[in-house]
Design a protein around this ligand. Structure first.
Ligand SMILES: NC(=O)c1ccc[n+]([C@@H]2O[C@H](COP(=O)([O-])OP(=O)(O)OC[C@H]3O[C@@H](n4cnc5c(N)ncnc54)[C@H](O)[C@@H]3O)[C@@H](O)[C@H]2O)c1
Ligand SMILES: O=C(O)C(=O)C[C@]1(C(=O)O)C=C[C@@H](O)C=C1
Length: 303
């Protein structure tokens, strides 16, 4: 299922991956792209991203059957305000933002009657950004969370079919649940990675070079995540305050409990805790949800 004319607003990792995945899926939609900076538009033209790159968001969305907002969460409202009056009656508009309640609140007031707004969020990404970062396989076997929030079944099913054609599995979620789940599985883990790399950097006896030299896979994973786009992640935390603060509160309570175990020499509790969390990881791997993971079940490292 596709849309004859698609407009991509913001031409970074997610939008460019969507374009390449559409082409891989054999969709013959006419795709128009727009990004705010001239540099990004020039790069997009050079690498053949989209059928047409235009110089205003308004021109990009005229006549589009699907408009995709793929800009940082904090810019969604401004973009919606600019394009609202130019949207084709009856078209669908979606976003790919990492946060839902704030985006819906910022976008919806600018949309004319009769336009179908179906928020969505592909749970896939890398630490890279910009138009050259995209690749067709990014969404393969990843979840795309669909947050209909009142959208019609027809518009929702059409967007689900579109994401499935891009390689994703889809699941519907309500807004508050989405923001809480993402705070747990994505937002706070990023904050922890940023913090851990910051702490290592603060230790003057560990120069950048030595961090790289002595770090094994664990810390390197942190540095990869902590290399993610600062604008995107600033906007995520500024726009998912309640859920991230709640999860951060739980996290720090748990951390203090583990700190106490270390101080008091309560190794049994630590061992039980680590055994429980290892079980969670193995469950993910066995369910085939981590294609990059070593295979614990068949020859992986055991006790
Ligand atoms: N990177 C990820 O891992 C990931 C995963 C899922 C969802 N998301 C969400 O997708 C969205 C895009 O993320 P990305 O990783 O593609 O970012 P990106 O930094 O790669 O690209 C963002 C693009 O938006 C453009 N832009 C910024 N402000 C704009 C504005 N006001 N008007 C028009 N264009 C503007 C930038 O020039 C850039 O082309 C964000 O909302 C993010 O939360 C990101
Ligand atoms: O794989 C990564 O590098 C990501 O950070 C992707 C990731 C995440 O899993 O946290 C990041 C932000 C999103 O909104 C969705 C996915």
């Amino acid at each position: 299922m596709s849309y004859p004319k698609v407009a991509l607003i913001g031409l970074g990792l997610i939008a460019s991956s969507m374009f390449w995945a559409m082409r891989r899926a054999g969709m013959d939609s006419h795709v128009t792209g727009y990004a705010r900076s001239q540099d990004t538009r020039d790069t997009a033209r050079r690498i053949g991203l989209c059928d047409e790159i235009v110089d205003t968001a308004e021109d990009a969305v005229r006549g589009a059957d699907l408009v995709v907002l793929a800009v940082p969460v904090g810019a969604m409202g401004r973009v919606a305000q600019a394009i609202g009056p130019c949207l084709k009656p009856g078209c669908s508009i979606t976003d790919v933002g990492s946060v839902k309640a704030a985006v819906i609140e910022q976008v919806r007031p600018h949309l004319p009657e009769g336009v179908n707004f179906v928020p969505a969020h592909p749970m896939a990404g890398t630490e890279h950004s910009g138009p050259e970062a995209g690749f067709a396989q990014l969404f393969d076997n990843r979840w795309c969370l669909i947050v209909p929030d009142g959208a019609s079944d027809e518009a929702t099913e059409r967007l689900e079919a579109y994401w499935q054609a891009l390689g994703a599995n889809t699941e519907r979620m309500d807004v508050a649940h989405h923001d809480q789940v993402c705070a747990v599985v994505s937002h706070i883990p990023h904050l922890i990675a940023y913090t851990m790399v910051g702490v290592a950097d603060d230790l003057s006896r560990v120069s950048d070079q030595e961090v790289i030299k002595f770090s094994a896979a664990g810390f390197r994973d942190f540095t990869r995540i902590a290399a993610s786009d600062p604008t995107m992640w600033r906007d995520v935390f500024m726009n998912n305050k309640d859920a991230t603060l709640e999860i951060l509160g739980r996290f720090t309570e748990e951390l203090f409990a583990l700190q106490r175990c270390i101080r008091t020499g309560d190794g049994d509790t630590l061992h039980d805790y680590f055994t429980r969390t290892r079980g969670i990881r193995r469950g993910i791997v066995e369910a085939g949800q981590d294609t990059d993971a070593p295979d614990f079940g068949r020859g992986g490292k055991k006790d």
